[in-house]
Ligand binder design. Structure first.
Ligand SMILES: [Fe+2]
Ligand SMILES: [Fe+2]
Length: 272
């Protein structure tokens, strides 16, 4: 069990930010913006999955998970709030979030489905998030040219994703979730997540008027497939999830703890 601290981030998101806030780079900005657009709907689904999974546990099992579930819900609720503020600026900039409404329509199909399936979907998404979070913390210098408060926002979110990456997975196991369904949902989520990220990034670039610029594609290829490329680096950790004996804690590092310790002035602990 992890002690999950809920933190209030001390950044001002009232002030607008530049259109290409990520180092003047159209691709990277559009990519991060796309991910952020999925968070308010996605993270609400994760919260509901974990809450419902917890309630489905036998009463005697619940105390063991209580604090972690509360911490998870608190962290994801804070992420939703901050990213909603961020997304409101994107809307002002003329970007259109097609991912959120599409995800909402898809999630409607999950109504009445057993909590184990919700948890398998959440655990799969949380694995993606954890891989990306770890990569961001490892390559935090790639955000050095970004607007400082937004760099802080992305790294804080990454640090917390890394902290709570086992919660949905553990509940899935505790409820007796099997390997086959865990993998089946993981494969589906891989297609859905990558497809949605690509579609929304392209949508953002088109509205930004930078889709057909050579520099955009050059940056995208380098960022995803280059020497330290995100997709290139993520294949191994992605594949690990398929192992029968996989557990998220096997991909532990101290990057999250270190960032939180080095940036303690960027947040306050809620309820501390
Ligand atoms: Fe989150
Ligand atoms: Fe999460």
């Amino acid at each position: 069990m992890t002690d999950l601290v809920v933190r209030r981030l001390l950044i001002d998101l009232e002030k607008p930010f530049a259109r290409h806030w990520c180092g003047g780079d159209a691709f990277r900005t559009a990519f991060f913006n796309a991910l952020s657009m999925s968070f308010p709907i996605g993270e609400q689904f994760f919260i509901d999955s974990v809450r419902n999974g917890y309630k489905a546990l036998p009463a005697a099992e619940q105390p063991k998970y209580k604090a972690e579930v509360q911490g998870f819900v608190g962290q994801e609720a804070t992420h939703r709030r901050i990213h909603s503020l961020f997304n409101a600026h994107l809307e002002q900039q003329g970007l259109v979030n097609a991912w959120g409404p599409r995800a909402q329509r898809r999630l409607k199909l999950m109504e009445g489905v057993h909590p184990l399936h919700w948890l398998a979907i959440t655990a799969a998404n949380e694995h993606f998030t954890a891989i990306f979070a770890e990569w961001m913390l490892k390559n935090s210098d790639l955000l050095d040219d970004a607007e400082p408060r937004l760099k802080t926002m992305w790294l804080w979110h990454s640090a917390e994703e890394s902290e709570h990456k086992s919660t949905a997975f553990d509940l899935y196991q505790a409820l007796g979730g099997n390997h086959e369904w865990r993998i089946r949902w993981f494969r589906r989520i891989t297609f859905i997540f990558l497809g949605d990220t690509l579609r929304q990034t392209i949508n953002n670039l088109r509205r930004d008027g930078t889709l057909w610029r050579w520099g955009t594609w050059k940056s995208g290829i380098g960022y995803l497939f280059g020497r330290r490329g995100l997709l290139r680096d993520s294949c191994g950790p992605w594949r690990d999830y398929l192992r029968r004996d996989f557990h998220p804690s096997q991909q532990e590092s101290d990057l999250s703890r270190r960032w939180l310790a080095d940036n303690a002035s960027a947040y306050t602990a809620v309820g501390a």
